[in-house]
Write a protein that binds this ligand. Structure first.
Ligand code: NI
Ligand code: MN
Length: 223
């Protein structure tokens, strides 16, 4: 089967096992480094880490057009219902949602979550099982020691961690996060997009994980 991971820019990804496709945090229209437009996205699922605009992005438009099911916090799903998105799978931390490709689990993220001033539930990390692989997207977060527990429980083989500083971990804390998580491969995210964020990944040096820097539009394949 395998897993195909395409970086959309900022914190966004499209994951595919060749049959199903899941998009994470589709922030495209207002994203200066987006790899593609919202109209070009084809997917069966959209999963959101939290409600901030640089993650929620084009969720409503993509969900309406593609009829994709949105996996997100309970509060985000309620909001989506008000916007006419009815195919939703609400969840919360510790919970796992079974899908036709595998599952998505919600983990904690040390951050905040709101949209247009409205509370959007707890921010999350997402662990996704697809195509025989396990991908841990840490969301927007500070470093926390339970990342080690997430590593022990889910054994992700690949992880995406924010390194951009200011709103999330910077590169030194993100490297410590990777040491706790224990995944073989680490993709740096949430940097370069805006002036306020770190502009390069040169200081991101996890001890064991191999750093995989993806440019928006790049695809990495795990067999
Ligand atoms: Ni955020
Ligand atoms: Mn963010």
């Amino acid at each position: 089967m395998g897993l195909e991971i395409t970086f959309l820019g900022h914190s966004g990804f499209r994951l595919s096992d060749g049959t199903h496709a899941l998009v994470i945090d589709p922030f495209l229209s207002d994203n200066p480094v987006a790899a593609m437009s919202a109209e070009q996205i084809e997917c069966d699922y959209i999963a959101l880490t939290h409600g901030h605009a640089d993650h929620f992005g084009d969720t409503v438009e993509i969900a309406r057009r593609t009829n994709a099911t949105v996996i997100a916090a309970f509060e985000i799903c309620n909001f989506l219902g008000e916007r006419g998105v009815t195919r939703v799978e609400p969840g919360n931390h510790g919970g796992r949602i079974q899908t036709d490709f595998g599952w998505v689990a919600f983990t904690q993220a040390y951050h905040s979550s709101s949209y247009e001033g409205r509370y959007m539930g707890m921010p999350a990390g997402l662990v996704i099982s697809m195509g025989g692989h396990t991908f841990y997207h840490a969301g927007d977060t500070d470093l926390f020691s339970d990342m080690q527990l997430i590593g022990e429980i889910y054994h992700p083989d690949i992880t995406a961690v924010p390194i951009g500083d200011r709103f999330t971990m910077g590169p030194q804390l993100a490297a410590r996060a990777c040491d706790l998580i224990g995944a073989a491969t680490a993709i740096p995210i949430h940097y370069r997009t805006f002036n306020l964020l770190l502009q390069d990944a040169s200081e991101f040096k996890p001890r064991t994980a191999t750093v995989l820097e993806l440019n928006p539009g790049d695809t990495h394949r795990l067999t």
